[in-house]
Design a protein around this ligand. Structure first.
Ligand code: ATP
Length: 346
């Protein structure tokens, strides 16, 4: 019997409507073939929502996420240096989505300088400098507060180790700058160490964040799971996306105890918006994570195989990964690959 899932959909702005349009089409097709149906509850957020509702995050959107508990979100532009606070950060805080899970995995057929990458970034999602506590002390002096708590650090460390244990991952590296931020990053490390002691079968190590950047570029294969505070995780995510072909590829999940919001690592990329140039892979792989989260593994597998087939064949890729096709043609190629899967050559 077909099960209907209610999902809150935030198409977003910039390239958001293009990538989310492509992704919804593909998810619908995968669901139709595997016995899953979706009821999409669409909402604008950010500047676009403000124009029509007078709110950056309309109350109806909060209610919808609270009811559906699952959302798929395109990028929403955050103004730089002023304006309204980040929609992403506000939603993560509101629904206590404490874990940001970002798998960085190579796609078959795509030539990069780092083949066969498979690492995961587990980023604390609510604290650190993202607490948004900034104030002017006296004109010309601004203070930004970095908030690190025992509760937040312990639960993100536990998330990383539990994930490692359940999924056969071998190593967790806690990333820090505790040589300078002795108290805040020191607390983060102490919490990670305590949790690590409960998982003796998983190797635990600590790397300083600046050294981690160098180590990643020299030899990313030494890492398995990177456990990070909020800001370091944000920066390392963009860096690591380059290993697998760039920001157009890396998916993400914001996970809490009650709700989950799935969104790509990339932002709204206004430079290529509306030009049929955006790569929907990152949001599509976020949707795959979402389908697994709601127990629709058959639909997730179908999409993943179609996506991998299109990359393996390499004939219909978007420009960011060296192809010549647009967003729509790429999405159509995935739909076709899902319809007519070809066996993988030996
Ligand atoms: P934010 O800080 O809002 O997360 P960002 O700094 O990660 O944003 P993006 O808006 O993601 O920046 O874009 C950075 C560049 O990466 C863009 O200019 C664009 O060229 C490229 N890019 C990002 N996402 C995609 C995509 N899906 N397809 C193709 N190129 C992309």
């Amino acid at each position: 019997m077909t099960k209907t899932h209610k999902i809150t959909l935030i198409p977003g702005d910039g390239i958001g409507p293009e990538v989310s349009g492509a992704v919804v089409k593909i998810v619908e097709a995968a669901g139709a073939a595997t016995g899953a149906a979706f009821e999409w509850h669409r909402f604008a957020a950010g500047a676009e929502a403000f124009e029509t509702t007078g709110e950056y995050i309309p109350q109806a959107l909060y209610n919808s996420i609270e009811e559906n508990r699952v959302a798929l979100k395109g990028p929403v532009t955050t103004p730089v240096g002023g304006g309204f606070p980040s929609i992403n950060v506000t939603l993560r805080k509101k629904f206590e989505l404490f874990a940001n899970f970002r798998p960085v995995k190579s796609l078959p057929g795509l030539k990069t300088n780092y083949p066969n990458m498979d690492l995961i970034i587990v980023r604390e999602n609510m604290e650190d400098l993202y607490a948004g506590l900034e104030h002017v002390v006296v004109p010309g002096v601004v203070q930004a507060l970095k908030i690190i708590t025992e509760k937040g650090s312990t639960r993100i460390a536990r998330f990383a180790f539990e994930y490692a244990q359940k999924n056969g991952r071998k190593k967790v590296h806690a990333i820090h700058k505790a040589n300078i931020m002795k108290l805040s990053d020191g607390l983060f490390l102490n919490c990670a160490r305590k949790v690590a002691a409960e998982f003796p079968q998983i190797t635990y190590a600590e790397h300083i964040v600046d050294n981690t950047c160098m180590q990643l570029v020299m030899n990313p294969y030494q890492y398995d799971i990177l456990l990070t505070e909020n800001l370091y995780g944000d920066i390392l995510s963009d860096l690591c996306s380059a290993f697998v072909g760039g920001l157009g590829l890396v998916p993400g999940a914001n996970l809490g105890t009650d709700c989950a919001i799935f969104e790509a690592v990339h932002g709204s990329a206004p430079d290529i918006a509306g030009k049929d140039m955006a790569n929907p892979t990152a949001l599509l792989q976020s949707a795959v994570l979402m389908l697994r989260h709601i127990g629709e593994d058959a639909a997730a597998d179908r999409i993943q195989s179609g996506l991998e087939q299109v990359y393996r064949e390499g004939a219909t890729l978007t420009k960011d990964v060296g192809g010549k096709s647009g967003t729509k043609a790429f999405a159509d190629a995935i739909l076709q690959a899902m319809e007519m899967p070809r066996t993988v050559p030996a």
